[in-house]
Ligand binder design. Structure first.
Ligand code: 5AD
Ligand code: SF4
Length: 469
């Protein structure tokens, strides 16, 4: 989640065009927004380049959810600064959540940043660039009022793979005590259901087989549009789109994961058996201080419910350790929950105080060393459980959606004679497969794969049969 993804489109026939290089930090929502940025600029004749040295504009799409995000951005841009000296027309921009949070202050502080714009201002980018062309440094960070917010169109032609993200709502109304999202992304706004359906259909038409629905609290979809389609109904309609083989969604809040939603896992064939359900802590008192709206027992009951619906489902979660006032006993409760929950995977973080949040009013009093020690204990415990969960796949036959060359192959195959493809199981595990089928033919197809080997966080297998093209 913290490593930046860089832009990937080729530079073919781009000599006359202006070129943009986008570096993306943070969540899938940011990955999606980066595609929209490329799309908005594409309509103005820009092309995306994977090489910052070729760019006329370098954008950092930033995340402010934790750590010291400004430092990360400035580190990235200062490393690229020599490019600006070599190419005086090159402009640097910061967008995303840090841009939203700091706005003008970033321009004041950092002389080599030319433009700053928030997530709600992506459509204004051509106008911002026109102003910066006149030598003005620009910052645009107005958040739209929910009633005025319009989602950017999805241009399916910017999609190049078998899988795609699709934002179906923005913002969040929950205001968990530690979380900056409602302040940088604003209040919840859901995209109208008919529009979501039309977008899914248009993605399938260009070859997308798997869609991941995105929202900061995606399962609260529709709660801002009472009487209209709610999330379980939307999911059921999407799962019925002809040609769509898999649908996933992130991120879900346990208090909004009702029985109707969880039971869909047993009934909708296209709903892939994977659920990311952040718990944050196993201690009821910490959960109450975090304002999460559920207890550890209620959370475990949600897991039991979804496992009854889909016994083989893979479950993942997020934890924060060292929330203000977290005692040793409270942390032990987290370890107990992890023992009991048997998650397949986990993301865990040391608490960091975020400006403007409720928790920021309380002293960040757990010493850094204790946070680090708790994080290490938690991760060691989960590593063993993850290994045990992964082991159940050995020898099994899995449905794998082929996404492209494996990472090894992309990096030159490390001298291997046989190239590898990479795909995912319905449970969201990466599978590497050696094959002589050309990648162009395999990408986007489903294969029945026998799992031969368990790697650290992924699998390796052999294709037994291909789904007809
Ligand atoms: N400190 C540490 N981790 C945080 N997260 C969100 N806010 C903070 C914070 N202030 C984590 C949560 C969330 C994930 C995206 O980031 O675990 O689920
Ligand atoms: Fe980071 Fe949250 Fe913004 Fe996503 S929405 S980029 S996780 S702060």
């Amino acid at each position: 989640m913290t490593e930046p993804a860089t832009s990937r489109i080729d530079d073919a026939c781009a000599t006359a065009n202006r070129r943009v290089h986008v570096i993306t930090y943070g969540c899938q929502m940011n990955v999606y927004d980066s595609r929209r940025i490329v799309q908005v600029l594409g309509a103005e004749g820009w092309v995306e380049t994977a090489d910052p040295a070729m760019a006329d504009l370098i954008l950092v799409n930033s995340c402010s959810v934790r750590d010291r995000p400004e430092k990360k951005i400035l580190g990235t841009l200062s490393r690229l600064l020599p490019l600006k000296e070599a190419h005086p027309g090159l402009r640097f921009g910061v967008c995303g959540c840090v841009a939203q949070q700091h706005g003008d202050a970033l321009l004041d502080k950092v002389p080599y940043i030319d433009l700053v714009f928030g997530p709600d201002r992506i459509a204004d980018l051509p106008a911002i660039l026109a102003s910066t062309g006149k030598g003005l440094r620009q910052s645009r960070t107005t958040l739209d009022a929910p009633a005025d917010y319009t989602f950017l169109d999805v241009d399916p032609s910017v999609e190049t793979g078998a899988t795609s993200f699709l934002t179906i709502m923005k913002g969040c109304d929950r205001f968990c005590a530690y979380c900056i999202v409602p302040y940088v992304r604003g209040r919840q706004v859901s995209k109208p259901a008919d529009r979501v359906l039309a977008e899914v259909t248009s993605l399938v038409a260009v070859g997308v087989r798997e869609v991941t629905l995105l929202g900061q609290n995606v399962n609260a979809y529709g709660k801002d549009r009472p009487g209209e389609t709610d999330f379980p109904s939307l999911l059921s309609r999407i799962a019925g789109v002809p040609g769509l083989r898999r649908v996933r969604f992130v991120t879900s809040h346990p208090a909004d994961a009702d029985d109707r939603l969880l039971d869909l896992f047993g009934t909708l064939p296209a709903l892939a058996e994977f659920l990311h359900l952040p718990v944050q802590s196993g201690s009821d008192s910490v959960l109450a201080r975090m304002r999460r709206g559920y207890t550890a027992a209620q959370y475990l009951e949600r897991l039991a419910r979804v496992r009854r619906a889909a016994p083989d489902i893979a479950l993942s979660t997020d934890f924060i350790v060292g929330f203000p006032g977290e005692t040793d006993e409270e942390f032990e409760a987290t370890l107990r929950l992890v023992e009991e929950a048997r998650f397949d995977s986990m993301f865990s973080f040391k608490y960091s105080s975020r400006p403007g949040t409720l928790a920021a009013q309380t002293r960040d009093d757990v010493p850094e060393a204790r946070k680090a020690e708790r994080l290490a204990r938690l991760q060691t415990l989960q590593d063993g459980i993850s290994r045990e969960r992964l082991a159940r796949f050995l020898g099994r036959e899995e449905e794998v959606l082929i996404e492209g060359p494996s990472r090894d192959t992309r990096q030159g195959g490390r001298g291997k004679a046989i190239l590898e493809m990479q795909g995912r199981t319905r449970t969201n595990l990466t599978v590497n497969i050696a094959t002589d089928v050309p990648i162009g033919e395999a990408r986007g197809r489903l294969a029945r794969v026998r799992i031969d080997e368990i790697l650290v966080h992924s699998l390796r297998g052999t294709v037994l049969a291909w789904e007809a093209a």
